[in-house]
Design a protein around this ligand. Structure first.
Ligand code: DON
Length: 581
């Protein structure tokens, strides 16, 4: 952690001319320094984190800082998020002691229907391939959402939140290691398009390496326009028209129109909340499955003595802990695949899925020593709604997301998970930012016989997400943890694991984010490749599990609000840092 912070500081000093004399703290206790007491920010890139820190130092709110960080990430972590994507922002209003969920999820174009990802033979398209180009581009929602959140909870003027990133885009910052890796991985696709060829390759045509100068003048101009004109500057008028033209004119054309852009609305929603061992956990409901799946997983585990399975200091999760987590995740995932979708367009039995009686019955399906062969979805109560005939939809792969966690001077908090879906989204760049390919989060198939997939494509519909910005409240009702992660469907497991690591195993944020991963994906127990978790494979197989070793590229952020200060940590698998005063 010390080394990561040193690098963050170095990059910041070189490119941000930080004028404040306030101490910047690596917040993990490993550094030995005092914890920040005023405010803290965890983000996946040190330049972006420090842009947010300057906003907090200037008296900005957590929402102000989130806006500034998102603009910086559009420049420095474009493979993961940006103004061409979507985001879910969970906000804690310290004064009202209230949680608000701001939904900036992308929507499908008005002309999109269930056949969008069906090939000529009537089969499902390969969603990874379908995401490249215009077909998968949904209406970007993050900017409208941030504007909505700013109107409700911003303190500093909107345009002030764009100044640092505009300057960085204009004058240059540094290519971070994760960006360099992403450019190299994606070089053949990025080279094909003039805008990305111009930005991410040197004069000899080689992919930019870590530490190279990163300049994005088109983005600087876009940020100036949005600073002056608000979200309208992108969602209406010439930029919206250019986005629609780029999508529709692509070699793999999509359906997005300028009218779709204008029609987009961010939504303010209630969070989904539930108990866990005396605490209250709040997360994001539909269009994300994240909150419901995590609450279900924890509720299932609450019927087992998980705290008794705590590893000793520095120890690894036991076979039994991984086994029980896997069984709980498998049950929750079966419900997710069948029932979860955009609740504005399809009925979702949220109350039934979270009812204690239902979850007790589901927990009784877990045999403590032997794996269930396959989990089927349960039969939750529908509260009188017509129960549609549903079939589960397949899950798509993905790689581009970022997590931001913030506490401001007033104790307000943000957990925002923000995404362009795949690495660099659709790869289409307009005016210095990437357009998402979020529509590939829909099920490619809409129906089988008379049964429908809840997460099928529909006009104006939001694709199902796994993003899971999460808050934990202690038994006194005070905010205790702010967390979230990246990783597509694996987000649910990464956040559930971080919750168990902190709440049940007493780990610090730094320990929790660094812990090796284990979790269920597609019915298979995955163990994080190259870590000590992989040694559990044989013992899990004895219990009847199908096991594989897999890269599990989380990007988890955790902040613990302690009596001694704000203890935060960024996932060591990425470039992130925690900074505060
Ligand atoms: O909304 C979702 O669940 C996905 N679009 C998130 C993608 C993701 O986390 C990829 N990350 N590495």
């Amino acid at each position: 952690m010390q080394r990561r912070f040193a690098r963050a500081l170095c990059v910041t000093l070189a490119y941000l001319s930080v004028a404040s004399s306030a101490a910047r703290s690596e917040t993990a206790p490993a550094s030995g320094g005092p914890l920040p007491s005023k405010h803290i920010i965890v983000a996946a890139n040190p330049v972006a984190a420090n842009v947010g820190l300057q906003v907090l130092r200037a008296g900005g709110s957590a929402v102000d800082a989130a806006i500034a960080v998102q603009m910086a990430l559009t420049l420095v972590e474009p493979q993961s998020s940006g103004i061409g994507g979507g985001a879910l922002l969970l906000y804690f209003d310290a004064k009202a002691r209230n949680v608000v969920a701001f939904d900036g999820r992308e929507t499908a174009p008005g002309a999109a229907g269930g056949e969008l990802f069906v090939d000529r033979q009537g089969g499902a398209m390969d969603m990874r391939a379908a995401g490249i180009g215009g077909r998968g581009v949904g209406v970007p929602g993050v900017l409208r959402m941030l504007e909505t959140a700013h109107r409700a909870y911003g303190k500093l003027p909107w345009e002030q939140l764009f100044a640092a990133s505009t300057q960085l885009a204009e004058n240059g910052t540094e290519v971070a290691p994760q960006l360099a890796k992403a450019i190299a991985t994606d070089a053949s696709l990025l080279r094909q398009r003039p805008a990305t060829r111009a930005l991410y390759f040197d004069a000899d045509g080689a992919p930019l390496a870590a530490g190279a100068a990163l300049v994005n003048k088109p983005l600087a101009e876009t940020l100036r326009a949005i600073a002056a004109g608000g979200a309208d500057a992108m969602m209406t008028g010439p930029i919206a028209a250019e986005i629609a033209t780029a999508v529709r004119g692509d070699a793999s054309p999509g359906l997005l129109t300028a009218d779709d852009m204008t029609a987009y609305r961010a939504k303010r929603r209630d969070p989904v909340c539930g108990p866990y061992r005396g605490r209250r956990i709040c997360g994001f409901g539909p269009p994300s499955a994240g909150g419901v799946a995590i609450l279900q997983t924890l509720a299932l585990l609450s019927h087992f003595d998980i705290p008794a399975l705590a590893p000793g200091k520095g120890g690894d999760w036991s076979v039994q802990a991984v086994f029980l987590l896997g069984e709980a995740e498998r049950l929750a995932d079966a419900d997710t695949q069948l029932y979860l979708g955009d609740e504005d367009r399809v009925p979702v039995p949220i109350a039934g899925l979270l009812s204690p009686d239902y979850l007790l019955a589901r927990a009784q399906l877990i045999d403590q020593s032997h794996a269930m062969s396959a989990a089927a979805a349960g039969n939750p109560s529908w509260d009188g709604a017509v129960h549609p005939s549903l079939i589960p939809g397949p899950r798509p792969p993905e790689h581009g997301t970022s997590e931001i966690a913030i506490v401001d001077d007033a104790g307000n908090a943000v957990s925002m998970t923000t995404t362009v879906q795949d690495r660099f989204g659709s790869r289409i760049m307009v005016r210095g930012f990437f357009l998402n390919d979020e529509l590939t989060d829909f099920s490619p198939l809409a129906r089988k016989d008379n049964a429908m997939v809840a997460n099928r494509v529909g006009p104006g519909k939001r694709p199902r997400s796994s993003m899971a910005p999460t808050f934990v409240f202690g038994d006194d009702g005070n905010l205790e943890y702010i967390l979230g992660s990246v990783g597509g469907p694996q987000i649910i497991s990464f956040v559930a694991q971080a919750l168990i690591d902190t709440l049940d195993f007493g780990r610090t944020p730094a320990e929790a984010v660094a812990a090796p991963h284990a979790g269920v994906s597609g019915g298979i127990v995955q163990l994080e490749a190259g870590t000590s978790a992989a040694t559990l494979a044989a013992a899990l197989r004895v219990r009847g599990e199908t096991v594989e070793s897999a890269p599990m590229e989380s990007g988890t952020a955790v902040i613990h609000v302690t009596k001694d200060g704000l203890d935060g940590a960024a996932d060591p698998r990425r470039d992130g840092v925690a900074v505060g005063d």
